[in-house]
Design a protein around this ligand. Structure first.
Ligand SMILES: C[S@@+](CC[C@H](N)C(=O)[O-])C[C@H]1O[C@@H](n2cnc3c(N)ncnc32)[C@H](O)[C@@H]1O
Length: 292
């Protein structure tokens, strides 16, 4: 048995044209695009074949996906894919859904590497690998290592590297921050460390609505009692893994500009720029290894 895709879309509130958003979080065009992506069809499929039919199983999958959308789940989470830096990333339950504001970190990193063509970089808390792989896509001679405590994230990042054709310049390791690096022969040193660590205070994570809290792994969100646990480790240990003149670029929470700066100053780093996002909120800090 098969069913007309258009009828399923109409029933979900995803008809054609400019119907108003019926509360599923996406307007009608976006919902149609979402359904076509879910089916693995291109955006013109319905235009080419207005009477397009799908199998009963596909119809049920679509209806289930629209139900999740109506509950507030993000389209990327349902699709298991997210665009970041114009690249397509697989995401899994072990990885954060990459956020658009993290592209600022990539921008900063690419600028820092402009005069270091053969740079080596490490991405701490790599998740889907979106930061490391986006930087490598812009810096064709650079090589990088992505580290994450979650084995599932490391596996996902490796698949993303392979699919994006970057696996020859990217490697990944399961590691509790820098720990796995110390188990290697000779401590590696990098030109640049990048990190978007978990930075939300535990109590704030607990207070998030369940549908929001459950979309991303808790390990990717929770930064300890004050949200600064990961920055303390990055600040106190990071310089041991940098070449002279090396730098670290990090994403920070909107209210962490001063507290992160203080932690890094205390550990002897030289502050670079703190960049704001489109909403005017502090979003990334660049810190330079001290003594240069
Ligand atoms: C905010 S997410 C960032 C993911 C990805 N880099 C991004 O920007 O989308 C933080 C990441 O840090 C990882 N993480 C948490 N604790 C860690 C630890 N102790 N050591 C290494 N990685 C850790 C999480 O698994 C998660 O992938």
């Amino acid at each position: 048995m098969s069913r007309a895709l258009r009828a399923i879309l109409e029933a979900s509130g995803a008809g054609h044209g400019d119907r108003p958003d019926l509360g599923h979080g996406l307007d009608s065009r976006a919902r149609t695009g979402f359904a076509l992506s879910l089916l693995g069809l291109d955006r013109l499929a319905l235009l080419r074949e207005p009477g397009l039919c799908v199998s009963e199983e596909q119809a049920q999958n679509l209806e289930a996906a629209f139900a999740k959308l109506a509950q507030g789940m993000s389209p990327a989470r349902i699709l298991g894919r997210r665009e970041f830096w114009s690249l397509d990333f697989e995401i899994t339950p072990d990885t954060l859904e990459p956020r658009p504001e993290t592209e600022i970190l990539v921008e900063q990193a690419v600028a820092l590497l402009a005069d270091r063509p053969g740079a080596r970089l490490a991405d701490l808390g790599t998740g889907s690998g979106c930061i490391l792989l986006s930087i490598l896509s812009e810096c064709p001679q650079a090589t990088g290592l992505g580290l994450d405590l979650a084995p599932g994230a490391v596996e996902t990042a490796l698949r993303n590297a392979r699919r994006l054709g970057l696996a020859d310049r990217a490697s990944f390791l399961v590691s509790d921050w820098f720990t796995a690096l110390d188990q290697q022969n000779g401590r590696p040193r990098f030109d640049l460390l990048a990190s978007n660590p978990p930075y939300i205070a535990s109590a704030v994570v607990d207070g998030l609505p369940k549908i929001v809290r459950d979309q991303d792994p808790r390990l990717a969100l929770e930064g300890g009692r004050d949200g600064l646990a990961a920055y303390r480790i990055l600040a106190t240990q990071g310089q041991d893994y940098l070449v002279p003149g090396g730098a670290m670029v990090m994403e920070i929470g909107f209210d962490q500009e001063a507290s992160v700066a203080a932690l890094f100053a205390q550990a002897g780093w030289r502050p670079g720029v703190c960049t704001r996002d489109l909403a005017g909120m502090p979003r990334t800090w660049v810190m330079h290894a001290g003594g240069v």
